[in-house]
Write a protein that binds this ligand. Structure first.
Ligand code: NAG
Ligand code: NAG
Length: 413
C-alpha cells in the first residue's frame, strides 16, 4: 500500500537527514576516536557540552537516596522539542481516544496527584511541581562509562530478537504476535532484580512494537525494566523506554536522552529505580504497560504505566511505524559475554526457569494487542523464540507466559 502524502514523508526525511549529518556525524567520528583512549582535554569539553545539551535547567532538583538527582524540567522545555521535526509541535496532555474494549474507569480515577502503585526512591525526598516533568540527571561519570559521547544512551545495532537468527551476545526468550497491523498493546509484567555478572552485561524485561526489517528499515517502540550498570552505574532495576527509526543505527535512544519522546507525567522518571521487587515464593509486584496509537489525534503512540498517562512517541519521529506496527514482542533479553569461556550467570527475569511458574518465574500476563479495527484482543498468532532454551526459556499459556532462567547451569555450561 502506498503511504499517504509521499511528499510530506520525503520532506520530513530530508529534515531528518540534515539533522543527522550536522549533529550526529561529527559526534560519531569523535566517539570512534575516543573509544579506546583516555578522555583528553578536547573530549572533556565534548562531554561538558553534551551534558549541557542533556541536562536542561531545572526548576527544582531532588536528591534520591540511591544517588540519582532528579531534575524537574519545565514541560514545554523538555528534550523532545530539540528535535527538528518537533520545533513547532504543540504538546498534547491526553490522547484523544482509546480503542474499543478499553476500560475508561481505569484511567478516569487516576488523577495527576494519585500515587503510582510502584515506587521510585526519589519520591522519598520530594516531588516535581505542576507544569514540570522529572528527568534523571546525566552525570559526567555516566558519559565516561559509555566510552564515547556517541554511544551514550543508545543500544548497539542488531539488538532485537529475530526468529530466523540469534544475534550474539544478545540472548532472548520472547513471545511474538505477528500480523498485518497493530495499533498498540498492553500487558502486566512482574518486577525483579536479576543478578548481572559483568558490568557491561545487562538483563531486561520489556515489550517491543516493531515494523520493518533490519535489511531495509526497522522502527521500534520499546519499554520495560532493566539492570544496566554501564548505563546507570549500579545494579538497581530501572524503568526505561526506547525507540529507533533506523534499526538502531543513528536515531533513537533510551528514555529522554535524545530528542523524541514527549513526557507529560510528573510522578514517574524514566531511568530511575523502580520498586518493590517481586520475591521468590512471595509477593509479586507488576507494572502494567499500555501503548496505543491515537489515530484520531495525530497518530502519536501514547504510553500509560499502571494506568497513568505517561507521555507519547510523536508519530513524526518514525517512518514506517507511523503506519502501525507489524509485530508485537514481549519477553526478556540478556547480554552474555562468555567471560572466561563460560556462559554468563547473569539472570533473566527472576533467575528461575519458566517451568517453575506462578510466584517463582517472571511473567507477562493479560496480554492484548490493539488490532487494525482498533479492537483490544488477545494474541491469536503467537510464536515463542528462545536463543538458548537450556539457559533461559519461555512457556506460553495463551494471554499469559512465564519466562527467564539462571544463565549458566549444568545444561548451559
Ligand atoms: C515551523 O514553523 C515555521 C514558521 O511557520 C516554518 O517555517 C517551519 O518550516 C516549521 N518547521 C517544521 C519542522 O514544521
Ligand atoms: C501469523 O504469523 C506469521 C509469522 O509467524 C505471519 O507470516 C502471518 O501473516 C500471520 N498470520 C496472520 C493471520 O496474521
Amino acid at each position: 500500500m502506498a503511504p499517504p502524502c509521499g511528499n510530506g514523508r520525503r520532506w520530513s526525511r530530508a529534515i531528518k537527514m540534515t539533522f543527522y549529518l550536522f549533529f550526529l556525524i561529527p559526534i560519531l567520528s569523535a566517539g570512534n576516536r575516543n573509544a579506546n583512549t583516555i578522555f583528553g582535554k578536547k573530549q572533556k569539553l565534548e562531554v561538558q557540552q553534551h551534558l549541557k545539551r542533556l541536562n536542561k535547567p531545572a526548576l527544582k532538583s531532588i536528591k534520591s537516596p540511591d544517588g540519582d538527582i532528579i531534575d524537574c524540567i519545565d514541560i514545554n522545555k523538555q528534550p523532545a522539542f530539540d528535535h527538528p521535526l518537533l520545533k513547532n509541535h504543540t504538546i498534547q496532555m491526553r490522547p484523544s481516544s482509546y480503542p474499543k474494549g478499553f476500560s475508561f474507569d481505569e484511567i478516569n480515577d487516576v488523577s495527576s496527584n494519585s500515587e503510582p502503585e510502584f515506587a521510585q526512591p526519589w519520591h522519598l525526598n520530594g516531588r516535581c511541581p505542576e507544569g514540570t516533568i522529572p528527568i534523571r540527571r546525566t552525570k559526567e561519570e555516566d558519559l565516561l562509562r559509555a566510552g564515547s559521547v556517541a554511544n551514550f544512551g543508545r543500544k548497539k545495532y542488531h539488538t532485537i530478537p529475530n526468529a530466523q537468527s540469534s544475534r550474539p551476545p544478545h540472548e532472548h526468550a520472547i513471545l511474538s504476535e505477528n500480523g498485518v497491523k497493530f495499533y498498540g498493546l498492553t500487558a502486566d509484567m512482574n518486577l525483579w532484580n536479576p543478578y548481572v555478572q559483568e558490568a557491561n552485561e545487562f538483563s531486561l524485561s520489556q515489550f517491543w512494537l516493531v515494523n520493518g526489517a533490519y535489511e531495509t528499515d526497522l522502527d521500534t517502540i520499546e519499554a520495560g525494566a532493566t539492570v544496566n550498570e554501564k548505563l546507570y552505574g549500579d545494579k538497581n532495576t530501572r524503568l526505561f523506554l526506547y525507540w529507533t527509526d533506523d534499526a538502531y543505527q543513528s536515531t533513537g535512544c533510551y528514555n529522554l536522552l535524545c530528542p523524541g519522546f514527549v513526557q507529560v507525567d510528573k510522578q514517574i522518571a524514566m531511568g530511575a529505580t523502580v520498586t518493590p521487587y517481586s520475591k521468590y515464593n512471595g509477593n509479586q509486584y507488576a507494572l502494567k504497560f499500555y501503548v496505543s496509537k491515537d489515530i484520531n489525534g495525530g497518530g502519536n503512540w501514547w504510553m500509560n504505566i499502571n494506568n497513568r498517562v505517561f507521555g507519547y512517541w510523536p508519530s513524526s519521529i518514525f517512518s514506517i511505524l507511523s503506519n502501525g506496527a507489524a509485530r508485537v514482542d514481549w519477553g526478556g533479553e540478556v547480554l552474555n559475554y562468555n567471560s572466561g569461556g563460560q556462559h554468563t550467570t547473569t539472570q533473566m527475569g527472576s533467575g528461575h526457569f519458566a517451568d517453575e511458574g506462578s510466584g517463582k518465574a517472571s511473567f507477562f500476563k493479560n496480554l492484548q494487542v490493539i488490532d487494525a479495527l482498533q479492537i483490544l484482543r488477545g494474541p491469536r498468532n503467537a510464536t515463542t523464540f528462545m536463543t538458548k532454551p537450556e539457559c533461559y526459556n519461555i512457556i506460553n499459556y495463551g494471554g499469559l507466559f512465564y519466562f527467564g532462567g539462571p544463565g549458566r547451569n549444568p545444561k548451559c555450561p
